[in-house]
Design a protein around this ligand. Structure first.
Ligand code: FAD
Length: 262
């Protein structure tokens, strides 16, 4: 029997799947239910060849013959002063969602990849200025985004600059930057969006599973990890192609393999 911890669906898909699993449980009797479906935030994992135990935040512990890890990735933080303090008070969560907020405002976007440049294009339609702060010289964003951004008169580029801290009182009012030779400067902004990539949610598995140099779970082509019957699927194991199609495809391969081995 495989214990089930879902991490690979939207919230609503998740609920409907859980409903289905719980309904199936009822057909096998209430005493089976706790053994089959676990639901909660994973707090600890013990993954060994012969023992696989997951401990949820509420202390509930689930044991199974196999584990499918799909904990995905999370946005990387700058880890500078003011970043947490001004979250929701000037530091935006999403360019697309917050595009109406920035009307006539000065905005900074931190990052040089697709997400940064795409958001610069979105926000520059409403903002007075959008300053793209990027630590490198060249952008890793696709060329069409870079060229389009260069063509917008209200998008300003500050390459070879890093953020030292976010400034303000009640709300974000400015950002202190450092250039490549260490000179500080400050720009006045009302909003900022940080898009500096993602990192995998693998802290719980470190020291137990083999991870790659960027801390993604190392998997074989059937998505099995370094421990038999522990699989990793989706973004947490596919850093190069983080898409829904990859997540579903890797899940399909892993499930097929798992049916043969468990
Ligand atoms: C803004 C945005 C737009 C995107 N647009 C597209 C698109 O148009 N097309 C496309 O193909 N892909 C798109 N993607 C990528 C796609 O969403 C991912 O590739 C896909 O969701 C990966 O699925 P996953 O199951 O691996 O991870 P996720 O969907 O990230 O799910 C991981 C889940 O694990 C949970 N989790 C993490 N740690 C724990 C824990 N300790 N305990 C319990 N749960 C935990 C997380 O809360 C999360 O719910 C987009 C991504 C983003 C951020």
């Amino acid at each position: 029997m495989i214990e089930y911890i879902d991490n690979s669906f939207t919230y609503f898909q998740y609920l409907s799947l859980i409903d289905r699993l719980l309904a199936e449980d009822k057909t096998t009797g209430p005493d089976q239910s706790k053994n089959r479906v676990g639901f909660g935030r994973l707090n600890r994992a013990r993954m060994k060849r012969l023992e696989k135990t997951l401990v949820l935040e509420d202390g509930d512990s689930i044991q199974g013959k196999a584990i499918m890890i799909a904990t995905g990735v999370r946005r990387r933080h700058l880890k500078v002063a003011g970043e947490l303090e001004f979250a929701g008070r000037g530091i935006l969560d999403s360019g697309a969602k917050d595009k109406d907020l920035v009307r006539d405002a000065h905005v900074v976007i931190v990052g040089g990849g697709d997400a940064a440049l795409e958001n610069a294009l979105v926000l520059s339609k409403n903002a007075r200025t959008v300053t793209v702060v990027h630590r490198g010289k060249d952008f890793s964003a696709r060329n069409e985004f870079v060229e389009a951004a260069k063509g917008r008169p209200n998008i300003i580029f500050k390459t070879m600059h890093t953020v030292r801290r976010f400034l303000g009182n009640e709300k974000l009012e400015g950002i202190e930057l450092i250039d490549e030779i260490g000179n500080p400067s400050t720009i006045d902004v009302q909003f900022a969006l940080i898009r500096i990539g993602v990192e995998p949610n693998t802290e719980l598995f470190r020291g137990q599973l083999d991870l790659d140099e960027k801390n993604y779970v190392a998997v074989a082509c059937n998505f099995v990890t370094s421990i038999p019957n522990v699989y990793a699927i989706g973004d947490v194991a596919c850093p190069n192609v983080p898409t829904i199609a990859t997540a579903i495809g890797s899940a399909a391969i892993a499930v097929k393999e798992l049916k043969l081995t468990v």
